[in-house]
Design a protein around this ligand. Structure first.
Ligand code: HEM
Ligand SMILES: *[C@@H]1O[C@H](CO)[C@@H](O)[C@H](O)[C@H]1NC(C)=O
Ligand SMILES: *[C@@H]1O[C@H](CO)[C@@H](O)[C@H](O)[C@H]1NC(C)=O
Length: 410
């Protein structure tokens, strides 16, 4: 009996471990980076104090990331060839401030927890934090995403909803991401903050149909207002508030706007004009608590779309570029070897590469680009009588990029 019991317990432990493996959890970094949420929130607040755009830009960045290749920060990758996700035609409105928020937060996190936290998780946390900063609800963010290795402009087309979509088209594209019509209506509430360029809705003002150039579902005063802000041939960089009533607060006024014909996009207004979605809009317009609850549920579901976990993907150091895993592996092996054999009897020390500070990551990156670190180091060793006297890494982890201190001595 006793044996059987112990066997069962072992089995249960095994199952728990197995399930824990590839899954997101709220306390994923509890031991490895306990201050994570505090650090991210602080950086997001600093960025917000510089510009309000931080809020909509970060929120939308999260959405676009998740709908293209899953929530894996692939949207953050910069390609020297200009063919990454962020270079696609739909990028115009991905305001730089969203990228900047995540980059700054990641740098702050790297200083305390180098090589531990994915950019995808930082983006998910930042998206929650900006909603809170705008007066919206708060929630626990599931963590444990890994950063993706694929980012292509060509994978964006067809994966993001368009402002001209009707209810069926919206439902189809959200369903592909495991999100229901109810989730879709809830998430659309994100349009309670932020801006849109005129060309995204100009057809509703000037060329809706042959019988009616103005979309008849638009409130006529609002239509007038929009025409004033967005005359024909307006400067394409002009953007207007999407929520004309309370553009800077995250609230349910978005739904009240839809009820009164003040939805900016066809894809917004259709949520009220289609009978299938109207009851939910009416409910959210009347009950902010219902909207908040549904938004939280939907954001957590959005955060699970296509995630990479466990050994998939990687943890980037710089959110805008992949870590060259082979290089990091070589370097940490080398750091171990050298760390043992060389205690410094240095006269002049030059710390070349230290991942604890972001700018020095560039130093590592340069080595990666050159290709062979070994020949690069060899060539350096000859210069000015310098030699590598110390190469130290604080961890022997192969998978994660670890802080590496390389010291040259004369
Ligand atoms: C339902 C389908 C959706 C469509 C068709 C759509 C479309 C758009 C379009 C066309 C813009 C304006 C882009 C521009 O011209 O600058 C925009 C902005 C925005 N969208 Fe959506 N969106 C949708 C869902 C979402 C979701 C699910 C979220 C987040 C949870 C979101 C968050 C935002 C935010 C915050 C902005 C403002 C961006 C800024 O000010 O920088 N959208 N959206
Ligand atoms: C957006 O993508 C176009 C190419 O589709 C590119 O020319 C432009 O520089 C990109 N804009 C931004 C802000 O990245
Ligand atoms: C949708 O959910 C199923 C079942 O949980 C999962 O296998 C699939 O990967 C999910 N799709 C996306 C895009 O997340």
């Amino acid at each position: 009996m006793e044996v059987l019991k112990r066997g069962l317990m072992l089995l249960m432990v095994f199952i728990v471990l197995q399930r824990g493996e590839g899954q997101l959890s709220e306390n994923f970094y509890r031991n490895t980076c306990p201050n994570l949420e505090f650090i991210v929130r602080q950086e997001v607040s600093i960025k917000f104090s510089q510009t309000f755009v931080t809020i909509p830009a970060t929120l939308r960045l999260f959405f676009h990331d998740c709908f293209v290749e899953g929530c894996d920060a692939s949207v953050m990758i910069s390609s020297p060839n200009g063919d990454a996700e962020k270079d696609s035609a739909d990028n115009l409105s991905l305001a730089g401030d969203g990228f900047d928020t995540v980059i700054k937060a990641k740098q702050a996190v790297e200083r305390q927890c180098p090589g531990i936290v994915s950019c995808a998780d930082i983006l998910a946390l930042a998206a929650r934090d900006v909603v809170v900063l705008a007066g919206g609800p708060s929630w626990e963010v599931e963590l444990g995403r890994r950063d993706g290795l694929r980012s292509q402009a060509s994978s964006v087309a067809g994966n993001l909803p368009e402002p001209g979509f009707n209810l069926a088209q919206l439902n189809t594209i959200f369903a592909r991401n495991n999100l229901t019509q109810f989730d879709m209506i809830s998430l659309s509430g994100a349009h309670t903050v932020g801006f849109s360029h005129c060309n995204r809705f100009a057809n509703r003002l000037y060329s809706f149909s042959s019988s009616s150039p103005v979309d008849p579902t638009l409130d006529s005063n609002y239509a007038q207002q929009l025409m004033q802000a967005c005359p024909r041939n307006v400067d394409p960089s002009i953007a207007i508030n999407m929520d004309p009533e309370t553009p800077r607060s995250f609230d349910n006024v978005y739904y009240q706007n839809l009820v009164s014909g003040k939805g900016l996009f066809t894809s917004d207004q259709v949520l009220f004009s289609d009978q299938a979605s109207q009851p939910t809009v009416n409910d959210f317009a009347r009950n902010p608590g219902n909207f908040n609850g549904a938004f939280i549920t939907a954001m957590r579901k959005l955060g699970r779309v296509g995630v990479k976990t466990g050994n998939e993907g990687q943890i980037r150091i710089d959110c805008t570029r992949e870590v060259n895993e082979k290089f990091v592996k070589d370097l940490s092996v080398m750091g171990r070897d050298l760390g043992e054999s060389s205690t410094s009897t240095t006269t002049q020390m030059l710390t070349l590469c230290n991942l604890r500070t972001s700018s020095l990551y560039d130093c590592l990156w340069r080595i990666v680009k050159i290709g062979s670190w070994r020949s690069w180091l060899d060539s350096l060793s000859g210069v000015n009588g310098l030699r590598i006297c110390e190469l130290r890494s604080s961890s022997v982890s192969m998978a994660a990029a670890v802080p590496v201190i390389m010291t040259l001595c004369s």
